[in-house]
Design a protein around this ligand. Sequence first.
Ligand code: SF4
Ligand code: SF4
Length: 369
Amino acid sequence: MHRLIASPFLGKHLVLRPGSPSGVRIHENRYEQLRAATNEDVSPPSWLHEVAEQAWNMTLPSAGLGETLLVREPTTYGFARASWEINLGCDYDCEFCYLGEKKFEGLPWEGKRRLLEMIRDAGVLWLQITGGEALVDREFPAAYEYANQLGMMVQVSTNGSQLHKEPLLDLFDRYPPYRLTLSLYGASEETYEAVTRNRGSFDRFTRGLAAARDAGLPVKLNVVVSDRNAHEVDAMRALADEYGFPHQVYTNLSPTINGNPNPLASQADEYLSARSPFKGCNAGHTFFHVNPHGVASICKVGRDPHVQLMIEGIDALPRLGAIAESLHLRTGGCSGCQLSGSCWTCRPLAKLYQDADADRSLYCQHGGK
Ligand code: SF4
Ligand code: SF4
């Protein structure tokens, strides 16, 4: 397995180390030098020795550049990031789950391989594998390994229920993720399991946390606040600190991806916060999302219109740019609003709330006036 990746990245060129969040920008000439050299059993250039030493305190071998370095080819598609729901099935049953019906289905292995190759060919350097619960998919280890072998930097989003298991810890040791993002649902067994509706889950989760800490895995915790665990927000922060993991607190629940309002009933009202104004985003231009069936959309929220990657192939991807533009221009659902000219709400997000018939104050930048 390669120890470094050299890749184009949005008009620039980077050298990255799998598992490390930091990268080093290099000049295009140096990227081309590496690109020309990796087919040969040559020594790494002296500047690459210095880069590896300075950035990662890493000593490169004196020969065999082809084995040490994987060079990603340039692409015309212009994407840099993607997220992929490998499967929507989950071993938890959180009542605020934004996925709604969590069907345990996805692509067969050959489809997963072909999809990952398309994501690579689109230029994606940072890939988030998520679910449902990604780690309960039997083909997660193979897919994760293959994404790494293709030269992508992989982040995994998980509820952490499987992280205590040796085979997964071995996998993350062999192919270090650049981040493992774990949701945190409570600081006590009673509260955690009231949210997850899965008996024994708190014990498995905390064993996974301890194992990840001992293995030095780059865990980040997402504290998800609902009416069932709001009384433990401080305790959840303290638990994150106890394990030494950074955390972020998420307090606003949203409708399901199909526009069902059910999760909103679990909102902890005292924690509802104003959304930051939408300042534009690159969804559909430099990143995209793929569901378990290989359907690509601009992001996890704006799922329609979409393109069928497994049927149409990678050449369908550039259509996402025009889809994103059209979604951001749409003002349907806010008709009659006198303030639409100064509206700073992400339109796909607004549409999700409108489909759910949710109170306009939950998404409108003008407070629903
Ligand atoms: S762990 Fe995540 S995917 Fe699973 S039920 Fe809870 S919110 Fe949904
Ligand atoms: S929800 Fe809106 S702001 Fe977020 S990625 Fe999608 S389009 Fe962009």
